[in-house]
Ligand binder design. Structure first.
Ligand code: FE2
Length: 360
């Protein structure tokens, strides 16, 4: 069978991996001959793997629960609240696109108040973090542009900041950190960013320059220095495996650590051609199995706990197709809460063969 290089974004469950996949620091992520699943594809995002080699004449297995998976969100999409959210989101993203382009092309000061006012129009549409999370999931059919990604990351940063009980002033800075973190990407040729083939080493090196380029765009502006540092350091990882400098935990700007979590979460949950957004419990499970060493322990635990708490009393479908309600969070294994199915309480931390397949 022939092999072909594809982008991770083009990977579909059922494809067979033709070559071992390694991280930049030579850690084996997926072995050759592995059949891709949703979870494995998401793991590739977790490790920032941009492309892989697959066998070309494999029959792709249709994901049987594609329709089921989207039901929960389809209901939200029909609501009046979502219609209002959608409108505010679109107008903000358009406005935001102009603002970002202006920062890149002329030397004016950044009107952070204006940016925050625009964002508050979106936040105003949601009474709770739960609503905001669910609404964001419903927006995933949008193009994965730098503008949309940055807006999502800033909203997720705002949620995490609230969960961490930051002051209103810090919360504003955190939100702006998310909004401006990828500014440097606008200076990278778009044919590299959207290239539908394997990136050359040189192109990958170019993409990595966006952190420093973003910092350079912001460094002389009259804005909080933490926003500048978040642009520079959001790809640094606590274990030293990140870029541009390979900084370790205590040397990384705290708000950059927060942005890095929102950034990875947004990449992992974005919709793919064959399905809607990934079930949040799958994402939590990936963080649990792959380890937390790349992220600030307090931030990552608060974030994952926050996500899981969001869905308490939500109905879910397990992989054995039984449906039930999440009734108790297991703090030691967040992706495996207790689910009440009919009158039976199933502790997923004890039933290792079962897991939450989708929200319903
Ligand atoms: Fe980035």
């Amino acid at each position: 069978m022939k092999a072909a290089k594809i982008l991770t974004a083009q990977a579909v469950p059922g494809m067979i991996v033709a070559e071992d996949v390694y991280t930049k620091d030579h850690h084996l992520v997926i072995a050759k001959d592995t059949t891709l699943s949703d979870k494995i594809i998401t793991r590739l995002e977790f490790y920032s793997i941009t492309d892989l080699s697959v066998l070309t004449d494999t029959n792709i297995i249709e994901k049987e629960n594609t329709i089921i998976e989207t039901t929960f969100y389809e209901e939200i999409k029909k609501s009046e609240a979502f219609r209002r959210f959608h409108k505010a989101y679109i107008s903000t993203v358009n406005d935001f696109q102009n603002t970002l382009n202006n920062i890149v092309t002329n030397d004016k000061e950044i009107d952070t108040d204006h940016l925050l006012t625009d964002l508050s129009k979106i936040l105003y549409q949601c009474n709770t973090n739960i609503e905001l999370f669910n609404m964001l999931h419903c927006m995933r059919e949008f193009d994965d542009t730098t503008y949309v990604h940055s807006l999502n990351v800033s909203l997720i940063c705002n949620i995490i900041g609230k969960w961490l009980h930051f002051s209103p002033e810090d919360l504003e800075v955190i939100t702006l950190c998310g909004l401006l973190h990828d500014l440097g990407k606008l200076l990278i040729p778009s044919d590299i960013i959207t290239k539908p083939a394997k990136l050359t080493q040189e192109e990958y090196t170019t993409i990595k320059t966006h952190a420093l380029r973003g910092y350079n765009l912001l460094k002389d502006k009259n804005i909080d220095s933490r926003i500048k540092n978040a642009a520079l350091m959001h790809h640094e990882r606590c274990d030293g495996s990140g870029y541009p400098y390979g900084l370790t935990n205590e040397h990384i700007e705290p708000f950059a650590k927060l942005v890095s979590i929102a950034d990875v979460y947004d990449a992992m949950t974005c919709a793919r051609v064959y399905r809607g957004p990934l079930c949040p419990f799958e994402v939590v499970s990936i963080f649990e199995t792959e380890g937390y060493t790349k992220y600030d322990p307090k931030y990552i635990m608060t974030f994952l706990e926050g996500i899981v708490q969001t869905y308490i009393h939500n109905n879910v479908r397990l992989n054995d197709k039984k449906e039930g309600e999440i009734v108790l969070i297991n703090r030691f294994e967040l992706s495996r809460p207790v689910v009440k199915v009919n009158d039976q309480f199933i502790d997923l931390s004890k039933h290792r063969n079962l897991y939450i397949e989708s929200l319903i």
